[in-house]
Design a protein around this ligand. Structure first.
Ligand SMILES: *[C@@H]1O[C@H](CO)[C@@H](O)[C@H](O)[C@H]1NC(C)=O
Ligand SMILES: *[C@@H]1O[C@H](CO)[C@@H](O)[C@H](O)[C@H]1NC(C)=O
Ligand SMILES: *[C@@H]1O[C@H](CO)[C@@H](O)[C@H](O)[C@H]1NC(C)=O
Ligand SMILES: *[C@@H]1O[C@H](CO)[C@@H](O)[C@H](O)[C@H]1NC(C)=O
Ligand SMILES: *[C@@H]1O[C@H](CO)[C@@H](O)[C@H](O)[C@H]1NC(C)=O
Ligand SMILES: *[C@@H]1O[C@H](CO)[C@@H](O)[C@H](O)[C@H]1NC(C)=O
Ligand SMILES: *[C@@H]1O[C@H](CO)[C@@H](O)[C@H](O)[C@H]1NC(C)=O
Ligand SMILES: *[C@@H]1O[C@H](CO)[C@@H](O)[C@H](O)[C@H]1NC(C)=O
Ligand SMILES: *[C@@H]1O[C@H](CO)[C@@H](O)[C@H](O)[C@H]1NC(C)=O
Ligand SMILES: *[C@@H]1O[C@H](CO)[C@@H](O)[C@H](O)[C@H]1NC(C)=O
Length: 858
């Protein structure tokens, strides 16, 4: 409660900014200050003892001792991996640093047999025996040693021993290293920071220009926009981008880190200062951004498909104060024709933050409430945090008290303040503790829950602690499993929390339904279990703009199911900002409106008729495009490919389009991130690539390859369909995504210059794992031929038993050039050539008869 008043007093001041006396900058953190502009003494620099190099016959690991003139010895281990990857580890001879591989990596790493050759006494060249693999590693002895990772015979990544330090005293295990990317034009990565995509320059080699990027998962309430400060999640990945020559590094380490970068120079570099944990570095050698994404998600895993409702609109607030409030919002959203699928129950639904128990006075009959929500065709998500109230009458606490909490070295449970008052934290690193917590999600133990409670929201899992003296988290010396200090694995706490919740929901529904979990804290690999949002942002244009770069970055690093609180969590957006935010957010995979306790209520029906109309249009546009998101999600499960993509992913050298997003290859959304805008500049990528502007009845086809200024008004933010694409929409207005699952499609064929187009559509039962376990899906490749006026459909693979699709209408967009003017010419077909209405053709059965079906249009 004290905490609550503190929040209020901060808010009553004019500023809503984060408290910088709580969250430190580099100059207030000893190890960061010490090592930021540090070069070791000559005698501390290591050389590689190449004469002692060994190659293990069984593991294919190359081992080289590193030695300095102080008598320190380390082991350098290099493993060339299948798929153009290299693993580099540096270890003390008797290592005590925690190895994260079993927790984070999903790939059964396949090492390549290698051989060495020497060009002189001071260097060694390591190459795969099967030379069809591209990667090579070149080690120069030094001092200092230099390791160069090459691909296609080009230097891609250089690890320079000049800046390498590894302390291994009882007081400090800090290590530092520098990697440079000789080919790269730009550095991207280091998700998550509220920053533009290009990491810019924090240190240009001679001076610090801003604070380094920090990883220390934090309850960063009210964080700054355009800042390198630590947020809620960490992916220690740096991507050195150059079309066809992209490489990246991934540091498998979950301790606090500070990273200086110089992106806007020749030979861009990143300099890591890491407080603890292992030196375990993966070099992913691309060569394209797509290859990098596949390599990284191959290592750390991919998301499973969400249930279809999770792609609809989520309505949230901190908090809906009572079950009556919840029911009223559900009813009013429906009465006012705002489609939505799910409503959220934030902390106030609980019995004073005793998770899995309901507030006795305000949520007296959760089952009745769920029945009411369900009768409206909607679902619910409730919040559940990892801190457990210390109270001897609380069942969740009683069962965990002896063995399942994080503990001090003396064996006492760690206790500190959080929402419920004095709390302890589940130690999800202990398998039994993780299973115990998971069991609370069962219908039996979570009294009052029903299948309408379709998902869980895991918040405060950095973990957040109400102790400002230690930057609001758990002290580093608290132990996991009785032995691993929290500080060494801090950044995976949220990962282990959602892993447990995921098991809980799998068990609850007997593995029959795909769990939906929303997490605030995350690490590389969290995509296997959860969606993320960008935490407690604010109602400003800058924060809105950052959501695009943050979620595109997340998608490049596997965390595809990403979104941000629409309107900004803290503060009150202007009507204009709120409208632009809904219009922009509809292209992000996770689509939720949320606001803080102190913010004015902002359910869409509370605004003027005009504003409501704009918000309704944005929501309906999102719902029309859910089939595109769903198809992309399926493709992600196979390949790891992002759902939303920065323009540079597909279009070489389109670097800085931070407020535009590609949804797959075919839809391009534009966020209007400034007020009072009647015209906006958009990047239309691709030489000779036409784009159909689709937010305005397809009036203008526009030719790509450059920037163009276009008119906009408040009714819509621009979006485009790529010429050459086929987009499958569900244009019948429905209240929910679930209600639309049997609806027929309107097919938008967007012809390119040669009047051709192609696209893919994926369909399954929308909730189970049969798509993965039984290959039960319908996956269609469609191609259009304008000469023949035919749409040819081919089944790509899968067993489509029981599944169908009907295309009630086919809309052909073509570019018509007459009298010097380009216009979209639109032809609409509802019948096949022999007069059969398209709506009567079952595509599922046609494709089951024959893998290919050609639909002639008239
Ligand atoms: C670091 O933070 C302190 C406290 O907020 C501030 O006084 C100092 O100027 C900051 N230093 C830098 C380099 O930003
Ligand atoms: C680095 O940045 C500092 C401070 O902004 C500036 O004075 C200096 O000229 C820059 N040096 C280079 C090499 O860009
Ligand atoms: C129930 O909710 C009311 C209203 O938010 C609050 O005043 C009360 O403290 C809550 N009671 C419990 C036991 O959580
Ligand atoms: C759900 O509750 C709302 C608000 O109390 C009410 O208007 C509505 O009729 C209820 N729906 C059903 C199906 O009971
Ligand atoms: C264990 O250590 C913690 C932290 O130092 C301390 O607060 C607690 O009182 C100790 N417990 C016992 C039983 O000594
Ligand atoms: C479960 O909740 C219902 C009210 O929804 C209550 O009547 C019942 O006593 C609860 N059961 C347990 C075991 O707490
Ligand atoms: C934009 O259009 C609105 C309404 O048409 C008008 O009031 C406003 O002055 C225009 N703004 C600019 C910057 O032209
Ligand atoms: C969709 O069709 C299936 C099979 O006919 C049926 O079981 C289901 O209820 C329908 N769903 C909706 C939302 O119409
Ligand atoms: C879809 O069809 C096109 C044209 O025939 C072909 O180029 C493409 O490879 C096919 N895609 C898949 C996934 O089968
Ligand atoms: C292009 O549009 C003009 C004017 O509407 C029409 O006369 C002409 O037939 C169209 N051209 C084609 C190739 O469809």
């Amino acid at each position: 409660m004290i905490r609550f008043f503190l929040l209020l007093s901060v808010l009553s001041a004019t500023t809503i900014a984060i408290d910088k006396t709580v969250f430190k900058n580099c100059s207030r953190v000893e190890f960061c200050t010490k090592y930021r502009n540090f070069e070791p003494n000559e005698k501390d620099k290591y050389s590689a003892d190449l004469k002692s190099l060994t190659i293990d016959d069984k593991t294919n690991v190359v081992k080289v001792p590193l030695k300095n003139d102080n008598g320190d010895t380390l082991n350098l281990l290099i493993t060339l991996l299948e798929g153009n990857k290299v693993r580099t580890q540096i270890q003390e001879p008797s290592t005590t640093r925690f190895d994260l591989s079993d927790i984070i990596l999903v790939e059964d790493l396949k090492s390549l047999p290698v051989k060495k050759s020497s060009i002189g006494p001071n260097n060694v060249y390591i190459q795969p025996i099967d030379t069809s693999n591209n990667q090579r590693v070149y080690i120069e002895a030094g001092p200092p040693f230099v390791i160069t990772f090459t691909s296609d015979k080009e230097k891609r990544v250089v690890l320079d021993g000049n800046n390498f330090v590894m302390e291994h005293t009882s007081k400090s295990q800090v290590f530092t290293f520098k990697v440079s990317f000789p080919q790269a034009d730009r550095l991207y990565g280091l998700h998550d920071h509220a920053y533009k995509m290009n990491l810019g320059t924090t240190n240009n080699g001679s001076a610090n220009t801003m604070d380094p990027f920090r990883f220390r998962n934090s309850d960063a309430w009210g964080y700054e926009a355009n800042s390198p400060m630590a947020l809620y999640g960490s992916r220690p990945v740096v991507i050195g981008y150059k079309p066809e020559k992209t490489s990246a590094i991934f540091l498998l380490n979950a301790a606090e880190q500070w990273i200086d970068v110089a992106s806007d120079i020749d030979n861009p570099y990143a300099y890591f200062i890491v407080e603890k944990g292992a030196f375990d570095l993966f070099t992913l050698l691309g060569p394209t951004p797509k290859d990098f994404v596949r390599q990284f998600t191959g290592l750390t895993g991919r998301a499973h498909l969400p249930q279809i409702w999770a792609l609809g609109y989520h309505q949230c607030r901190f908090s809906y104060k009572s079950q009556d409030d919840v029911k009223t919002v559900v009813a009013l959203m429906g009465q006012n024709d705002f489609p939505f699928d799910v409503i959220y129950l934030d902390g106030d639904h609980t019995d004073d933050y005793r998770w899995f128990h309901w507030n006795h006075t305000t949520y007296t009959d959760p089952i009745e409430m769920f029945n009411n929500i369900s009768a409206a065709g909607r679902l619910a998500v409730s919040i559940s945090d990892p801190h457990i109230k210390v109270e001897d009458t609380y069942d969740v606490y009683i069962g965990a008290k002896e063995k399942y909490f994080t503990k001090w070295a003396n064996g006492s449970n760690y206790e500190a303040d959080c929402w419920p008052g004095k709390s302890s934290w589940i130690d999800y690193m202990i398998p039994e503790a993780s299973d115990y917590y998971a069991s609370w999600y069962s219908y039996k133990k979570f009294n009052g829950s029903t299948p309408t409670l379709a998902g869980i929201w895991n918040d405060m899992n950095e973990p957040a602690v109400f102790d400002e003296t230690i930057e609001k988290t758990m002290p580093w010396e608290v132990l996991h499993m009785g032995k691993v200090p929290h500080g060494e694995i801090h950044n995976i706490y949220g990962f282990t929390h959602v892993r447990s919740t995921h098991k809980g929901l799998m068990d609850r529904d007997n593995g029959l339904k795909r769990p939906f979990i929303l997490t605030r804290s995350h690490f590389a690999g969290s995509q296997r279990y959860a969606a993320m949002w960008t935490g407690d942002n604010s109602a400003t244009w800058e924060h809105f703009a950052n959501t695009y770069s943050e979620c595109m970055n997340a998608n490049m690093m596997g965390m595809v199911f990403c979104g941000a609180d629409i309107g900004g969590f803290i503060g009150d957006p202007s009507d204009e900002l709120l409208q632009r935010w809904y219009q922009g957010a509809m292209w992000l995979p996770f689509f939720r409106g949320h606001s803080s306790r102190e913010a004015k209520r902002r359910e869409p029906y509370l605004f003027s008729k005009e504003v409501q109309a704009v918000l309704r249009k944005a929501l309906k546009t999102r719902y029309q495009h859910i089939p595109s998101f769903y198809t992309l999600f399926f493709e992600h499960t196979r390949t790891g490919d992002p759902i939303i993509r920065p323009l540079y992913y597909d279009y070489p050298e389109v670097y800085d389009a931070d407020t535009q997003v590609l949804v797959g290859t075919d839809i391009m959304g534009v966020a209007i991130t400034k007020p009072g805008v009647n015209q906006t500049e958009v990047v239309l990528p691709g030489a000779n690539q036409w784009w159909y502007r689709a937010d305005r009845e397809f009036i203008d086809p526009l030719l790509g390859d450059g920037k163009l200024t276009i008119d906009v008004d408040i009714n819509s933010s621009p979006f485009f369909y790529r010429a050459g694409s086929i987009i499958f929409r569900k244009d019948r207005p429905r209240d929910t995504a679930v209600a639309a699952i049997n609806d027929s499609y309107t097919v938008y064929v967007n012809c390119d210059q040669s009047q051709n187009a192609a696209g893919r559509l994926y369909i399954d039962d929308y909730f189970s794992f049969d798509y993965a376990n039984k290959d039960n899906y319908l996956y269609i490749n469609a191609t259009y031929d304008n000469v023949e006026k035919t749409l040819t459909l081919e089944s790509i693979d899968g067993d489509s038993t029981g599944l169908d699709a009907v295309f009630e209408q086919v809309v052909i967009n073509k570019v018509n050039f007459t009298e010097g003017v380009y216009k979209t010419q639109q032809d609409v077909f509802t019948k096949s050539y022999d007069g059969i209405p398209l709506s009567e053709i079952s595509i599922g059965s046609a494709l089951r008869k024959n893998n290919k079906y050609t639909m002639k249009l008239m």
